[in-house]
Design a protein around this ligand. Sequence first.
Ligand SMILES: [Zn+2]
Length: 222
Amino acid sequence: MEPLQLTARAYLIEDDGRLKAWAEKHVRQDRDISWLLMNYCQSTEANSNGHIFSLQDLRTAKDTLLNKPLNMLHQNKYVVGSYVGAELIIPEGTTETAAAKPAFVEALAAFWKSDFPDEFQLVSKAHKEGTLFTSMECVPETLTCSNCNQTSPFKGRQHESYCDHLRDSPIAPKVLNQPHFSAGALQISAPDHPGRTGGIMMAPAEKWGWFNTFGAIGLSRK
Ligand SMILES: [Zn+2]
């Protein structure tokens, strides 16, 4: 099953005070590893792909990401690290029914830099230039259309069994129910890296705090 995807910025952890307490407990000094912190997905508000996660689902679904692969460019045999932690970050003033700002899942991944020194150079360069992105991979149980409220078993981005809205538009707003996170991908948009293949399109969606979120319409997983 082709997972749904969403792209956001990723950051190499440096001594800049960004690291939150939840992530700090997973991080250790290790010459083989660099740590990446990323905004993996957000709740409540649709991203530019129309994906919506309920806050309630994310409370439990975030843990499906642990020990899953961090790959390059959604190539699931090109694994360069793994996820070691994920936390639901709920902005002050946000409740189950009212969101001050969207809650989001922040994820921490180990990047295996000794095994992938060339990739690490690319990642470091992209981090410095602000062009390092991550993209989630998610398989929900069902989709609920935000226009007509019809719920359908998940059968890919578009399928004949869906309502007209979801069948006709891959970016129609929809709730991804009971999401299962299967991996995350690193994406580098530097022009000297040929990675942006397969028709990924990125568009600015929203900005809050030090995160930029982006939507990706994307690659299929092999
Ligand atoms: Zn519909």
